[in-house]
Design a protein around this ligand. Structure first.
Ligand code: SR1
Ligand code: MG
Length: 419
């Protein structure tokens, strides 16, 4: 693949116009004359440049990797992340065609990826902050995770096919390193990338770092992330990686794709819904975010189980897992038991994501809606303590009801949070 010294050039809005104009099948999607297309830069994430191009017939989204982190040019980075995003879309699109976007074009020299424009959609984090998030989007993301992971796992395909994908995505080391460091390592040490503005959090951070049970659990989670390749993960499934209208939901930004434990994708999405919940002015039992967390998990669980119970039986017996056993548990119960291990993993990764988004690199915008510094500090501290509880409770939170009990206790122990 190219290096920044080769033919690679970063494009601007006019560069996008010229680039798309030279690709007849994409220019035809926009229609009209290139000179009349509207091109806008809409870069929003930490890493890449993103443009939307619109013409009389339709729209396109063009994403280009930069040789550095977009929001920190001193942090140099290889360009191959759009290759992995394109590869992820190519692998999962047939399983989730109405829940993501198709890769329409990938350029291995310019590291440009083109997908359809989602200009009518809103970033789910923005919708949550504005109180307009469609509850149903959580169901859709649950379906997305179930289908994308099931169909790339050993439960669905021969190990040879799965191994080939693992070989491909094992090369996504730059972004996997970011996840290992930013989500699963740095927050538990003193590191220059960590930061928090609220001095009220400092004692809680010290308390988390000094807790041996937390340390061991995070070690387990990091080890499992790197050594338990259950399925192809999205790898960065926060609420900024989801775009929604009231009826349609698309998961975007799969550049962190890697093989890993299915609970990782689930935990990240749950964590970002919890972060949104903690940042609500009024936290109530009927909060939208609580309903979305419940619907998300139920949607994942039932869809994954349905796929597993009803998928065409592969004649290769090595593809059969968790069927009848000597204790005469049936296939359904055994598979449910496996899904329970995904749930436990998810709670762990949920906790690490909550912690990193408050004290590590790349904080979430959600809390800024609260405005008042003290209120923000109280909510962040309560969120950190909730995450610590999830990491230290062993596997005693067996259900979401139990998780919400822990959540309620955390809220109740802090009189400045309502519930
Ligand atoms: C340097 S990248 C920082 C974060 O942005 C991405 O969206 C991932 O969440 C990553 O951890
Ligand atoms: Mg992203």
């Amino acid at each position: 693949m190219s290096t920044p010294q080769s033919a690679y050039r970063t494009v601007d809005a006019e560069g996008v116009r010229a680039y798309v104009a030279k690709l007849p099948h994409l220019a035809a999607r926009l229609g009209g004359n290139p000179a009349d297309w509207t091109i806008r830069e809409v870069s929003d994430g930490n890493l890449n440049m993103v443009f939307l191009a619109h013409g009389p017939k339709g729209g396109l989204c063009l994403k280009q990797a930069l040789p550095h982190v977009r929001v920190d040019p001193s942090w140099k980075m290889p360009l191959d992340r759009t290759f992995f995003e394109a590869s992820y879309l190519r692998e999962v699109f047939s399983s989730v065609p109405d829940l993501t976007t198709e890769c329409l074009h990938f350029d291995p020299e310019q590291f440009i990826l083109i997908v359809e424009s989602l200009a009518d959609h809103t970033v789910l984090r923005t919708a949550l902050m504005g109180g307009t998030a469609p509850e149903q989007s959580a169901v859709h993301v649950g379906l997305f995770v179930a289908r994308s992971t099931f169909h790339t796992s050993l439960f669905s395909e021969s190990f040879e096919k799965t191994m080939d994908r693992r070989i491909l995505f094992a090369r996504n080391q730059t972004l996997t390193r970011i996840t290992v460091d930013l989500v699963l390592t740095d927050p538990y040490f003193s590191h220059p990338r960590n930061h928090w503005a609220e001095t009220e959090l400092t004692a809680t951070v010290a308390d988390i770092r000094a807790n041996p049970t937390v340390k061991t659990r995070v070690d387990d989670l990091r080890l499992k992330f790197l050594s338990n390749p259950q399925a192809l993960l999205h790898g960065d499934l926060h609420t900024g990686s989801v775009m929604a209208t009231q009826s349609d939901t698309r998961v975007i930004d799969g550049e962190f794709a890697t093989y890993g434990p299915i609970g990782f994708d689930i935990g990240l999405f749950m964590a970002n819904l919890f972060l949104s919940l903690f940042s609500q002015e009024n936290i109530e039992k009927k909060s939208l975010q609580i309903k979305m967390i419940q619907k998300f998990w139920l949607s994942f669980e039932s869809e994954f189980l349905k796929l597993w119970m009803t998928a065409p039986r592969n004649p290769d017996p090595s593809t059969h897992y968790y069927e009848e056993d000597s204790s005469s548990k049936n296939s359904y119960e055994n598979k449910k038991n496996f899904i329970q291990t995904i749930f436990q993993d998810a709670l762990g990764y949920c906790a690490t994501e909550i912690i990193r988004r408050i004290i590590g690199y790349a904080h979430v915008a959600d809390f800024s809606a609260l405005k008042d510094h003290h209120k923000i500090a109280v909510r962040k501290k309560t969120a950190l303590l909730f995450a610590k509880n999830l990491l230290t409770n062993g596997n005693s939170a067996e259900t979401l009801e139990k998780v919400f009990e822990i959540f309620s206790q955390n809220i109740a122990s802090n009189p400045e949070c309502k519930f």
